[in-house]
Design a protein around this ligand. Sequence first.
Ligand code: MLC
Ligand code: AMP
Length: 511
Amino acid sequence: MSGNLYATFAEVFAEHRDRPALALADGGVWSYGELATEVGRLARRLQDLGVEPGDRVAVQVAKSPWALAIYLACFKAGAIYLPLNTGYTAAEVAYFAGDATPRVFVCDPDRAAELAPVVEGQGVPRVVTLDADGRGSLTEALDRVSPLDATVPRAPDDIAAICYTSGTTGRPKGAMLSHWNLESNARALHRIWGFRDGDVLLHALPLFHVHGLFVASNTALLNGSKMLFLPRFDAATAIRLLPDATVMMGVPTYYVRLLERDDFTAAVTANMRLFVSGSAPLQPETWRQFKARTGHGILERYGMTEAGMITSNPLDGERRPGTVGFPLPDVEVRVCDGDGRALGRDEIGILEVRGPNLFHGYWNKPEKTAEEFRADGFFITGDNAKIDADGYVHIVGRAKDLIVSGGYNVYPKEVELVLDAIDGVKESAVFGAPHADLGEGVAAVVVPEPGREAELSEAGLIRAVREQLAGYKTPKRLFFAEDLPRNTMGKVQKQQLREDHATIFDGAGRV
Ligand code: MLC
Ligand code: AMP
């Protein structure tokens, strides 16, 4: 038996060939049979482009059925799928291309002129294009391509995907996830969230991160479910479609935005059986408002790129707001002090995790990998947590310097490196301040070099960062100071900055 996750999906698709897989905003529908055929054709096309098992295929395209199909085609061809946020700038893409050395880079035709020279400069041999409507050189004359029949065999521990995640030291690292990492996690979620025949998933998450890709898509695909497949989250559209859905997954911002609307009522959610939230802390107040408005208790779960889903509130038992529930089946968690000594009930420490969900290390970075694992195989998440007397895990903060903005992770160090390199900037500190819509908004304090103050402006520096980094990483506010608050060890006091700037996003509204 193959360990290729696509072999598992292919069995489901074959069983449900005539069922709708993807229902689109324009009324179009892809059946599971059509999805399987296009995946087969794209897998063949990848082979024709020279892709061999184990080669990386980097994909930076708009969400569409074709984007899902190319993801699956990578698996089918035995390649390693490398998704990239469509917000990444040319500078960011150049870094990923140089680090992961993909055989093929797929991008939107509108960005090909900008990005092709950049990735070719990093030694990527083939650049092809794909737009949201399925047009581009990747799909040219695709209907004349005979679909690859057999899925390329892979061992369960072979790498299926590399997902980049930043780190506290600056540049992003590629987390290597195996076929079994993804399959075991999808199977666990399918079981504990009670997926059943007839479930319809409202899929509004982006496809290039763990939540939309592995949590939402894989679980629905395993179930042979119809997905109401939206290019992006928009509360009005979600409200229109929820009566046709039974399950929705989202980041807390989605639930905050639904609650803002008067037409989001209990009647809208009458057909729903499950709302799942994750990627960022769901405020207990949001949970309660949602419960009061709809009768549904949002099921909050917790995970990360390196480990997929780690814990979940129960489907049937009590869902406790402010907690992330219990470890998934076969997943172990413990709360430890900084030296890896396990702490007792209700004691706050750093959460560590071990299980079939755990990644196989960072691409080409064995020393970084080693730093984040204990000798007994537990991975140090960097999240501060406690486990209460009933076994519920609470995420109470972060030991790592990380901002989560609307479900996207921003590592301050990466932004600080860009700011510090700007002429006239002596040093900077980037931090997250409370933001009603996004949970946290990115902000920065900059210390100008002496005598250069007049040359720098908030808008100018924000513009300069935006040229280098994706919009969600770019500070939305930037302040100047003569120096940064430091402790006696010389470490910048981010907590102090957060407190001093606690209200800067009050009344900021949406992004
Ligand atoms: C977009 N922008 C953001 C942002 N999203 N800024 C800060 N934080 C965000 N989350 C910026 C854009 O770059 C752009 O700026 C401007 O805001 C408008 O962009 P938009 O795309 O029109 O915004 P909107 O559609 O409102 O998007 C907000 C959002 C989206 C919350 C709907 O960010 C979203 O879908 N987030 C989900 C993220 C996600 O999937 N996370 C899962 C990670 S996996 P400019 O400068 O470009 O014009 C993970 C593991 C786990 O964490 O446990 O799940
Ligand atoms: P990423 O590396 O993008 O996968 O993001 C993972 C991080 O998001 C985790 O380490 C947590 O800090 C945060 N996160 C994910 N889900 C939750 C949650 N339910 N509550 C609090 N933080 C979360």
